[in-house]
Design a protein around this ligand. Structure first.
Ligand SMILES: O=C(O)CCC(=O)C(=O)O
Ligand SMILES: [Fe+2]
Length: 291
């Protein structure tokens, strides 16, 4: 399936016009829309939005030769020009590092691990998962580490082919819970649903396993088989769009339209460092930009 369209915003300084003070807490970044006065910048942002709308994913290329904080601010302003940034956890983080943290590689936190695969959608423990997932690359791994997207329609197709009853099963509310907190089931929601002809996925296998455990019941008999089908499609290179993100590249995708994960990677001379942001749809942002 190859890579997603890249839209270059390389020469545009306007994205850093709204500054965010260094050291601003992760839950206090400005969530209102920045005003994009530069016409070329507006055109670039509109092109990005257009590809995201039609393809469900797009990659913006920002200048790589600015420092990490300024680059993160540029990506932040880009995200908040087209969507409303939303917290990623109950603790309110709006920007979140995705990098290997020592001692955590075996933990449940995919973002802090070196694990490959692990296909999922983001924010499945939230009442409302984000409409848009965003990853900015500050530093790629020495090798590997491509971020991968797998179309939910393709997953649905494979499920129907394997057993049409899987759709009915996955359309029933399923329990999501975090394995590493003591709480109850956080959400009951379908794993696969279709709205206005668009297939939507909400999936993180370990949270679903923990969910059934917390619910104090055994999962429906065929559920694990259905998850095996999802995982098998996602692991099929023929179904994957892969993104070898370089410094300054920002990948956007419609969260419920794609499962995502990553390839294995090696870190010898440099650490793989990404920054994650979530965006909610906000039609008013377009008006703000063009008005
Ligand atoms: O490392 C990646 O490319 C993806 C990370 C991810 O999916 C996450 O942190 O939720
Ligand atoms: Fe993710």
């Amino acid at each position: 399936m190859g890579e997603t369209a890249r839209i270059s915003l390389d020469v545009i300084a306007g994205l850093t016009a709204r500054t965010v003070a260094r050291g601003t807490p992760a839950d206090a970044w400005p969530i209102d829309a920045p005003s994009l006065v530069d016409g070329a910048l507006r055109a670039g942002v509109e092109a990005l939005e257009q590809v995201l709308r039609t393809e469900g994913c797009a990659t913006a290329v920002l200048p790589a030769d600015i420092d990490d904080h300024v680059l993160t601010v540029a990506a932040w302003n880009l995200v908040s020009a087209i969507s409303r940034p939303v917290p990623q956890y109950d603790t309110g983080e709006l920007v979140y590092p995705v990098e290997v943290r020592s001692g955590e590689s075996g933990s449940s936190h995919y973002s802090a691990s070196k694990a490959a695969g692990g296909f999922h959608t983001d924010g499945s423990l939230l009442a409302q998962p984000p409409a848009i997932g965003v990853l900015l690359c500050l530093s790629p791994a020495d090798s590997g580490g491509e971020t991968i997207l797998v179309d939910a329609e393709r997953i649905q197709q494979a499920l129907v082919e394997a057993d049409p009853a899987f759709l009915e099963l996955l359309g029933q509310p399923q329990p999501f819970a975090a394995e590493d907190d003591a709480g109850d089931v956080r959400q009951w929601a379908p794993v696969l649903s279709t709205r206005d002809g668009t297939v939507g996925l909400r999936y993180l296998r370990r949270y679903l396993a923990a969910g059934w455990e917390r619910a104090g019941r055994s999962a429906p008999g065929r559920l694990a088989d259905a998850f095996d089908v999802i995982d098998a499609v996602a692991a099929d290179p023929g179904a994957q769009r892969w993104h070898p993100l370089q410094r300054g590249e920002v990948l956007f995708w419609r969260n419920s339209r794609y499962a995502h994960g990553r390839r294995a990677f090696e870190e010898h001379t440099q650490r793989r460092r990404l920054v994650r942001i979530y965006g909610a749809d906000d039609p008013a942002r377009l008006a703000h930009r063009t008005g």
